[in-house]
Each structure stands twice: as C-alpha cells, then as structure tokens.
Write a protein that binds this ligand. Structure first.
Ligand SMILES: [Zn+2]
Length: 305
C-alpha cells in the first residue's frame, strides 16, 4: 500500500486572509433605448469565493459566495448555498483537470473562477491473473436492479441537515486496509472498478472488529437502513449530511437505526460485520457529493491512535 506524498495536506486558499469585496460592475449601463446585453464574465480569484482546500481529485472544498450571489454554478450545474453564503463543492476520483465555479450576481454580472483540479496518484496494483468475471444470472440481475433502485432513491433525497458544516470523524478506528480510489489491473488490460471508499479493519492479532459499533461521522438523516443484507453492500446505512453530501456505511453485522431517523455525530448506527461482498470483517465508508465520489480520509484526517 502506498500513499501519495502530501495526501493529507490541505492547502488553505485564503483561509485566513480577509476576503476582498467582489469587483464592481465591469460595464457602464447602456444608454436608454439601447438593448441590454449581458456583461461579459469577469474572472476572479479564489478569495472571492473564500475557498478552503485545494481542488484535487477526491477532495471536498468549502466556500462562501460573494454577497449578492443569485446563483452558484460548478461546471454549469447549480450548487446549493446556505443563507449565510456557505457552500461545499467536491471533485470525484476521476475529475477532469479543468473546472469552473461561477456566481451569477443579482445585478446580472457573472463572476468566473477557473479551477485546476490536481490529479492524485492512486494505489493501483497490477495482477498477472485474469479477471474472473461471471455472467450474472437473470435472478441476480432482477435482485440487483431492485437494490440499486433503493440506493438511487436514497441518494435522491434532500434532507435538511447541517452535518456538511461539521468536521467529520472516523466512523470506526482501526487499520485502513484499502484506500479510496485504489484499483486492480488484471491481465489482458482488464481494469477492476476503483474502490469507492475507505476500508477500516483491525490488524491481525488485534482486538476483534466484528461486532464493535460504527458511528455517524457527522450529523445527518438516515435515508436508507436496509432491512436485509444487499448482495454487494450487505447491511447498508446511507446518511444524508445535507447539501448533496452523503456517507454510506457497508457490510454491517447489525443495523440499529431506521430510515428517516435524525443522527448526531458520533451516534452508533450498528455493528461492524462482513455481510455482502466482504472477505473479512471491515467497515467500508464511502462518501459522495452530488454523485461524485469523495475521499473520506480528506474529511476525517489521519486515523487516530
Ligand atoms: Zn470497501
């Protein structure tokens, strides 16, 4: 297992620097009777959006919109912002290098911030073996379609939660056995799916992980607590932290929360197990922002103790 140097280093872009005011109108109003054309976009710097964190694959950044923002857009898609202007944006594992954050102002101006999304080095292991894929049966495909529909419905929820504003904690402590983004390359150029979360397991000879509690990494609302183990995820809990940010905790031995239940950071959600597709007891913690897979380690920081 190798980690890219500087993996845990978050660079604050203007975090402690007072934010300058958004620049004023770039154009003078047209004479009366002339057609009004929208002013050209103004390129601004990161401080205008109060961005904290560096744009990088798998990263989640916080920011504050400039006063007078009517609409916030990331790559032309609307991004929610709170009454106090706070917002989050995330970049998936395979996010492309160029991204644009824009604020459409109430006075019609368009402020543009081009972002360079830095690539990360993933833990990619090449195996000499062939990928052992099997053709799923019709029965499995029906079962999986029903499970996927439940998962998709959970991610479509828009719970009212401020969990996204909090500092996230680890849902369990232990050895990290599989990093976010890691991938296996098989013989004949077949690539396995990248790992969508981080796996927490205990070292051999350590205290048993199976049966120990997993806790909510931040406040949120349970949008899925499966009533039976799903074929891949096993017993699965999905938590909506608000503003498009979700946690998924998988392979649980037992679930102690219900769909719709409001959770506080640190509250137990169930016991760690090895249900679903798991070769041993571990907790898989996946995070997404508006569908983009985020590296949970970037939010929770180094594993304690
Ligand atoms: Zn996993």
């Amino acid at each position: 297992m190798k980690t890219a140097a500087g993996l845990f280093v978050l660079i604050a872009v203007g975090g402690c620097i007072p934010r300058p005011e958004a620049p004023g109108p770039a154009t003078t109003p047209p004479p009366i009777g002339q057609p009004v054309s929208p002013p050209p976009p103004q390129t601004v710097d990161a401080r205008i959006f109060g961005l904290n964190g560096s744009p990088q694959q798998g990263a989640l950044l916080t920011g504050t919109v400039p006063t007078g923002t009517a609409l916030l857009l990331l790559d032309s898609k609307p991004v929610r912002f709170a009454a106090d202007g706070r917002f989050i944006i995330g970049f998936g594992r395979d996010a492309t290098a160029v991204s644009v954050l824009e604020a459409r102002m109430q006075d019609g101006r368009l402020l543009r911030l081009p972002l360079t999304v830095m690539p990360r080095q993933w833990d990619v292991s090449s195996l000499p073996t062939l990928y052992k894929g099997t053709t799923p049966s019709a029965a499995y495909q029906r079962l999986r379609a029903a499970e996927s529909a439940q998962i998709a419905a959970a991610y479509a929820s828009q719970a009212d939660s401020d969990g996204w504003r909090q500092s996230f904690r680890w849902p369990a402590t232990g050895r990290i056995s599989t990093l976010f983004g890691s991938q296996r390359l098989y013989a004949r150029g077949v690539a396995g799916a990248p790992h969508g979360g981080v796996d927490i397991a205990r070292p051999t000879g350590g205290a048993a992980l199976e049966g120990t509690p997993a806790v909510a990494p931040a406040d949120g609302v349970v949008v899925l607590a499966t009533d039976h183990p799903f074929s891949l995820e096993g017993n699965l809990v999905i938590i909506d932290h608000g503003f498009g940010l979700f946690s998924a905790l998988m392979h649980l031995q037992r679930i102690d929360v219900r769909t719709g239940e409001r959770l506080q950071r640190g509250q137990a959600i169930g016991l760690i197990g090895m249900t679903g597709r798991a070769t041993g007891p571990h907790l898989h913690w996946g995070m997404t922002w508006n569908g983009a897979r985020i590296d949970p380690m970037r939010l929770a920081g180094p594993m304690p103790g």
